[in-house]
Design a protein. Sequence first.
Length: 232
Amino acid sequence: MSVVLITGGSRGIGAATVRRFSNAGHQVYFLYEKAHEAAAQVAAETGAIPICADVADREAVAAAFKKLPDLDILVCNAGISIPGLMSMLPDEDWDRLFDVNVKGMYHCINAAMPFFLAKQAGSVVTVSSMWGQVGGSCEAAYSATKGAVIALSKALAKELGPSGIRVNCVAPGVILTDMCADIEPEILEELRQESPIGRNGTAEDVAEAIDYLANAPFVTGQVLGVNGGFVI
């Protein structure tokens, strides 16, 4: 049984990942920021232990990690999206996107290092986006953060590999979670038709990919697209 920490675990991809690892018998903890009721529901369903912490806050992350008995697998899933034209995006929104999507990952991986280095083993899975691979119109800031997630994941795979620590990344496509709630049904249908597989994705699709990368002993530094062939 592994000890697993999943950030952004109260809903969407994070909650699906909490369920998947809990069902596999692992000891699961998850971070969440504001969704107290959703976090409580996920905890009740799975037996996973919720910890309230904003990943953008270094001290909050450090305090959260002190509550862990050990750590084998870290899933850096917490992320936000603020769509819009870059020329009209307020500075505070740009900063918040990078604070959560990139600095949050930085804080969590650094906090995990004492656990991993002590046993010269560990697995990190980060969550980017297909827009981090190819860029998305009216998603410039979000795309920039998710591109940074990919670059950091690849760099850390090289840096941490000699210490027995693997780092991989998933890049989801159109996934039917809360992030898609404001997208018109007609647009979602158009996106579905563009997918070679002929459907949009689910949180469970991404959780399955995260599970694979977390436990694949000879895989590191990889970006696994979970997009139904939307980006090839």
